[in-house]
Ligand binder design. Structure first.
Ligand SMILES: [Zn+2]
Length: 316
């Protein structure tokens, strides 16, 4: 059966409801050493706020080696009554220490880790090595990352592994595009590795708010996720609303997903910060609905992410 793989098992795509397509429920990275978060109770509280804001599914894009807690994700999902889709994959190079195992692992091991996460269960406590503690919790999406304006050599190896895992399992791929750059290059590289644009979601595209570029990427079939919602240091939310209106005018709103990517402890309400992971449902969705109507909201929050996340019959 076609399904979406969540941390509590496969669900039919039409059961996802509204989807926040880019979050982190646990995260520790050398990029933001003082802003990590891995408290299960606090993130349960945060997820409940998201659920109360009308979002039913959260896509957690924390990759291998950045503090994923798969078993805890399943517990958070149950406690908050929210679906959670977890990620496997390798983030952009800057998120890993110089001695991280993934930098020197061969292609076979890189692929094997992804396939294990997608088809049998993700490693718990995955920061300590490639195969420390297996769980029963499966990943439902592959996350990759590219550096600013280019794909670094080690990232190219991780792209090759991610593409192979996607081809073999049917899992979709989300790609971190640093400041929304190198997007065509990312689609070209994954295309050469056998992954079609309609299995790919490009993250942070709104950091580079170039409507013409976004139309080109969507016309190639890729999904874009606007994921700086509520993070005003990158610009006002009105800028994202303008992009959405432009994409709707071009008939391409069905290629858009939304998220907040509040990947710092200081941005989570449960830790006493803001704007909170629920800023999407709480503040932004009502603005979209007022401007473009309910159908536009459903296109971006329900239909587009459901299509992207669906793993077809015949693959695992
Ligand atoms: Zn992120």
């Amino acid at each position: 059966m076609a399904h979406v793989m969540t941390v509590r098992g496969p669900v039919p795509p039409d059961e996802l409801g509204r989807v926040d397509a880019h979050e982190h429920l646990f995260l520790r990275t050398p990029q933001t050493p003082n802003d990590s978060f891995w408290d299960e109770q606090k993130i349960t509280d945060e997820a409940k706020l998201v659920r109360d804001s009308g979002i039913r599914t959260i896509v957690d894009l924390t990759t291998v080696g950045l503090g994923r807690r798969p078993t805890a994700l399943a517990d958070v999902s149950a406690a908050a009554d929210a679906h959670i889709v977890a990620a496997t994959g390798y983030h952009r190079s800057a998120h890993y220490s110089p001695w991280h195992w993934a930098r020197t692992a061969d292609h076979e091991l890189l692929v094997d880790v992804l396939l294990t996460d997608l088809t049998s269960g993700m490693d718990d406590r995955d920061w300590s090595g490639p195969r420390p503690v297996p769980s029963q919790v499966r990943a439902g999406i592959i996350k990759l990352g590219a550096s600013y304006q280019h794909i670094a050599p080690e990232e190219r190896r991780w792209f090759a592994a991610g593409a192979e895992a996607s081809r073999r399992t049917g899992a979709p791929i989300a790609v971190h595009c640093e400041i929304g750059s190198a997007t065509h290059e990312i689609l070209d590289r994954l295309g050469n590795l056998g992954v079609e644009p309609d299995r790919i979601m490009l993250a942070h595209t709104d950091r580079n708010p170039d409507l013409e570029l976004h139309k080109e990427l969507a016309a190639r079939g890729a999904y874009l996720v606007y994921d700086t919602i509520g993070r005003v240091k990158y610009g006002p939310d009105s800028r994202i609303l303008d992009l959405i209106c432009g994409m709707a005018d071009a008939g391409l709103i069905n290629r858009l997903c939304l998220g907040t990517d509040v990947g710092r402890r200081s941005m989570l309400r449960a830790y006493g910060g803001g704007p909170g992971m629920d800023v999407l449902g709480r503040e932004f969705v009502p603005r979209v609905e007022k401007t473009l109507g309910r159908e536009a909201v459903d296109a971006m929050l329900c239909h587009a992410p459901a299509r992207l996340l669906t793993i077809s019959e015949g693959v695992s």
